[in-house]
Design a protein around this ligand. Sequence first.
Ligand code: AMP
Length: 221
Amino acid sequence: MRIIVLLGAPGAGKGTQADILKKVSGLKHLSTGDILRAQVKAGTPLGKKVEPILVEGDLVDDQTMIGIMNDCLGEKKGFGVDGVESGFILDGFPRNINQGIAFDKILEKCGHVIEHVVYLDVDERILFDRIEHRIKNSNGCKRTDDNARTLKHRLEIFTEQTKPLVPFYEEKGLLRRIDGMNSIESVTEELLSIIGNRQQSNSSGDSSIETNLPPLKSVCI
Ligand code: AMP
């Protein structure tokens, strides 16, 4: 199983790139954010629990997230996640060192290893500046202001909690850096050169992972 982890700040283009890659490679796109949003949409107990956390831009607790990954990749194949046997691009997990360590243990149990961790490197000051600009120019429009503030909060969380995963994976010799300030096309090209061989998508041509089924298995809620 090929496992490619995408790391990057909110706004760095992980979701965009994963969406493109799933169309041109045989790899599936596994997004913990999508899984959580599907739970919220389905109104499951887990969805109800995480909804305010997503709205605030905070991180869902590690126990819940590790439980979700365990269910997705373990024998149970929870959360409607199947078809990942040949490999997947992981977007949104791990989000901190604790999750990174837990992920290693989950993979070890399943007999898999991470092939690459690709860090989409963007200048966070530019992202911050853009957000500040949006806040200043929101003219009291509450929704824009709220979104901008949430995004700023998510960036702070990224810097404090997620960015330490860069040296964590660098030490393991897994980290590849891409300049995320380049054009979408050029980032895709670089990603493809890292991922290597292009495979055919499955017969339906759809390599996205269905995350709209909410079976709750070992996840603590
Ligand atoms: P994303 O779509 O990856 O930006 O995730 C959207 C939101 O889901 C995040 O702001 C978090 O609230 C939550 N989330 C997604 N993945 C994780 C994770 N691995 N750990 C904690 N919270 C997460």
